[in-house]
Write a protein that binds this ligand. Structure first.
Ligand code: GDP
Ligand code: MG
Length: 247
């Protein structure tokens, strides 16, 4: 039986969140063909021990671990590479995204491509979650609003919330993207650069109940500016003519 979906969850020091989140995903996909891939980015807490225990009792759960901390993008990258399904979902590991949104996002992706050939180039390759009611601190909301405004103006990616951790997409399209640290914040732009379309769908957002946020204003702002320039350069340096071949 082939898998319908691989759910990739990057974690760094999320020891109190992994078990409840895996239980939620398991509940949501009960009776379906799926796998959960948690990628531990060399956590300093008991995340890996939790995963060892959970893996022993849940064959649908796979656990990967980095030998050193490399950041969220690399964790997502390695998780997607390891995925066995043609469609992959990502989910933050802190429980702020609601796994109950995943089936609708998956369906939106499949519906958008109904009747299209698997290899057709112009298709909806990604459905991005859109946190219409974010449950974050005022400081985070404000800094995110400013950063989003600048990004939207520079990249014109037509995506209201690129930073949302919940996304569903075709694995082969993702694997064809250029890899770099922090790429996870630019996935809609990078996917559009391949000629594919991205649609946004409203999703729930929940407050972080356990553990601490790994991002503050400063570690997001400065790298964000460098990344934005880098991504703008990538867009400028790409061409996508249609290619014809003599019969
Ligand atoms: N693998 C990995 N995941 C990370 C890292 N930093 C954050 N994450 C994960 O990315 C997700 C979002 O991070 P979080 O700290 O909740 O960011 P916030 O929601 O913007 O405050 C969570 O699943 C984190 O565990 C990291 O350095 N490596
Ligand atoms: Mg969070």
């Amino acid at each position: 039986m082939s898998l319908e979906i691989s759910i990739v969850i990057p974690v760094y020091n999320e020891e109190a969140n992994i078990q409840p989140l895996v239980a939620e995903v398991t509940q949501v996909f009960r009776g379906r063909e799926y796998e959960i891939i948690v990628v531990d980015d060399c956590s300093a807490d008991s995340s890996w021990a939790q995963l060892q225990q959970l893996r022993a009792e849940n064959p649908r759960l796979r656990a990967l671990r980095h030998s050193l901390r490399c950041g969220q993008s690399t964790a997502v990258w390695n998780g997607v590479k390891a995925a066995r399904a043609a469609v992959v979902a990502t989910l933050d590991g802190d429980g702020q995204n609601d796994p109950a949104d995943l089936p609708a996002l998956l369906q939106a992706l499949l519906d958008a491509n109904a009747g299209a050939n698997a290899g057709a180039s112009r298709r909806v390759a990604m459905v991005a979650g859109w946190r219409t009611q974010r449950k974050d601190s005022a400081v985070k909301l404000l800094s995110s609003r400013i950063a989003n405004g600048i990004r939207r103006n520079m990249l014109r990616d037509g995506t209201p919330d690129t930073g949302c951790g919940i996304k569903v997409f075709y694995r082969d399209v993702f694997i064809g993207l250029p890899y770099f640290d922090h790429m996870h914040r630019f996935l809609p732009t990078l996917v559009q650069r391949t000629g594919s379309t991205v649609i946004s769908v409203p999703v729930k957002h929940r407050p972080r109940l356990r553990g601490k946020s790994k991002y503050g204003i400063w570690n997001r702002l400065w790298v964000g500016i460098v990344d934005l320039l880098g991504v703008a350069w990538l867009i400028r340096r790409s061409h996508r003519p249609s290619v014809e071949e003599l019969a």
